[in-house]
Design a protein around this ligand. Structure first.
Ligand code: CDP
Ligand code: CDP
Length: 229
């Protein structure tokens, strides 16, 4: 089948990366977690005490940042490296989640990330998830999925994930983080989160990962076939 670009955008913690990984694995495509790039940039800013309200400091910091996705030698899952260090796990921390939406709203930060994302998709055969992938990064993508799920379900899913790593985390702080990020992400001036006109909505409130995968795979196969073998 001809290789296509699949974009998956949507609200925080609704299952985008779970679906993107499933599809990429099945199709033999590259998977790119664009949110990991914004999280890694935020981690760098926090660690280096960058004042991101100062455009000069942001500009200098971005020239000092190199991001790479490298497959894990055991699982094969792609993991993000910041200046040579594997930061795949540390970027999931709430400390980063508390600031990432502020950093991701900065125009120069977005230009830096988007240029690299577009480069990664130049040969197609890619599944990328995020907030602006179908609207800005790959507006001509063959398949655009917009994911959503009930707020309470999303909070519960992310809470369970974080609680496994840190039992001190509370449901309340996860809830307020998700609400805050969704608000900033959908109200920012540059590339706000919104559904592309030609995106297909996938509400997975009552779907298991296996069920959502089945639905999405049917969409991919239909589109890839209509694009020509
Ligand atoms: O996985 P989760 O839904 O928690 O978020 P993520 O995909 O890791 O993204 C973290 C943050 O990065 C989001 O809340 C956005 O602020 C930002 N982001 C963005 O602005 N544009 C993207 N394409 C991806 C993420
Ligand atoms: O990438 P995003 O932030 O949208 O979400 P995710 O990291 O893929 O999924 C958040 C959590 O929800 C993970 O623990 C998934 O296993 C879980 N999930 C689920 O329980 N049911 C689904 N249909 C999809 C995801």
């Amino acid at each position: 089948m001809k290789k296509i670009i699949v974009t998956i955008d949507g609200w925080s913690s609704c299952g985008k990366s779970t679906l993107a990984k499933q599809l990429a694995h099945k199709l033999g495509y590259i998977y790119v977690d664009s949110g990991a790039m914004y999280r890694a940039i935020t981690l760098y800013f926090l660690r280096n005490h960058i004042d991101w309200t100062d455009p000069g400091q942001v500009h200098q910091a971005l020239t000092d940042i190199t991001l790479e996705f490298v497959p894990n030698s055991k699982s094969g899952q792609s993991e993000i490296y910041l200046n040579g260090e594997n930061v795949e796990y540390v970027i999931r921390d709430l400390v980063v989640a508390e600031k990432v939406s502020e950093v991701a709203a900065i125009k120069e930060v977005r230009a830096f990330a988007v240029a690299q994302q577009q480069q990664m998709g130049r040969n197609k055969g890619i599944v990328m998830d995020g907030r602006d992938i179908g609207t800005v990064v790959f507006p001509d993508a063959e398949l655009k999925i917009f994911m959503t799920a009930d707020n309470a379900v999303r909070v519960e899913r992310r809470f369970r994930e974080l609680y496994e790593k840190n039992p001190n985390v509370s449901l309340e702080e996860v809830k307020s983080n998700l609400e805050m990020r969704d608000y900033i992400d959908s109200h920012r001036e540059v590339s706000p989160l919104r559904q592309a006109e030609d995106a297909i909505v996938l509400d997975n409130t009552n779907l298991t990962p296996a069920e959502q995968f089945k639905k999405a795979l049917t969409l991919v196969e239909g589109i890839a076939r209509s694009e020509g073998q």
